[in-house]
Design a protein around this ligand. Structure first.
Ligand code: C5P
Length: 259
């Protein structure tokens, strides 16, 4: 299928804390059209680990977006529990430090081996995009958000994590700095139709994000609020496939060999 590689790289955000049946309805509707479902703090806090099991049972692979940030032992144990839940991907805050990330990477590898399951992809969140330079200065950081993100991503790589979550406008510098093989997952994606004719907006299409180095895109509202969500997912999948094609063809410098 022409769009198969694109589908694998589309992550749908289950950003709803409603009724579990509503959430599972989205999973059933989209599981043939997206590669993974993102369960974040809202849905997890409302429905707990049983939601993860139900989404898995409904056929979905899971990105558990809980952004762990605590002392190394606590994050390592929470991460082992995430392996036990059978998630395919989860994340921690890079600001938890190298030791926290390294202990987490080691604990995840060991727990996956012990359970004889695939080791989940472990991502670092670098700088929240809700923070600007002024916020960072208030907190005592003397770097721009972009510079700090590149620095923290480098530490995550050294610590043995697999990749980072990065906004679309950080993808190119991160890819340049981190090289091939480090995974970049990008939210903040809008459909080509919604940015068409509106080049003032700082939103990025899935095609451009993937072309400039993103490996996965996270999409919520552009699919959730679409008149036809399946069609919206299919259109974004096609954009991802086209972005991959352009990247593989080297039209963007051929920087990234896909993992
Ligand atoms: O609805 P939308 O496509 O904007 O959803 C994007 C998802 O990615 C949401 O779950 C949101 O929390 C997450 N996210 C984001 N921007 C960031 C980090 C995460 O939109 N900088």
């Amino acid at each position: 299928m022409a769009s198969e590689s694109g589908r694998e790289r589309l992550i749908f955000a289950l950003d709803m804390a409603d009724d579990v049946e509503d959430i599972l309805g989205w999973v059933r509707l989209l599981s043939d059209h997206v590669g993974m479902f993102k369960i974040g703090k809202e849905a997890f806090t409302c429905h707990g680990p049983s939601l993860v099991a139900k989404v898995r049972d409904a056929g979905g692979r899971i990105f558990l977006d809980l952004k762990y940030h605590d002392i190394p032992a606590t994050v390592a144990r929470a991460s082992e529990a995430a392996v036990g839940l059978g998630v395919s991907m989860f994340n921690v805050h890079a600001l938890g430090g190298v030791r926290m990330m390294k202990d987490t990477a080691d604990a995840v590898t060991k727990r996956a081996e012990a359970l004889a399951v695939a080791r989940p992809v472990v991502l670092a969140v670098t700088v929240l995009t809700s923070l600007d330079g002024g916020d960072l200065a208030d907190m005592g950081f003397d770097r721009s958000p972009g510079d700090l993100a590149v620095r923290l991503a480098g530490l995550a790589k050294k610590a043995g994590l697999d990749g980072v979550v990065a906004s679309a406008h950080e993808v190119a510098p991160l890819r340049q700095s981190l090289g091939d093989g480090f995974i970049i997952v990008t939210p903040g994606i809008r459909s080509a139709a919604s940015v068409h004719g509106d080049d003032q907006k700082r939103v990025q299409t899935a095609k451009d994000a993937v072309r400039s180095g993103a490996d996965y895109v996270v999409v919520g509202r552009p699919i959730r609020t679409a008149g036809n969500p399946v069609e919206a997912a299919r259109a974004i999948t096609e954009e991802i496939t086209e972005g991959l094609r352009l990247r593989r063809a080297g039209n963007d410098g051929g920087r990234k060999a896909l993992p």
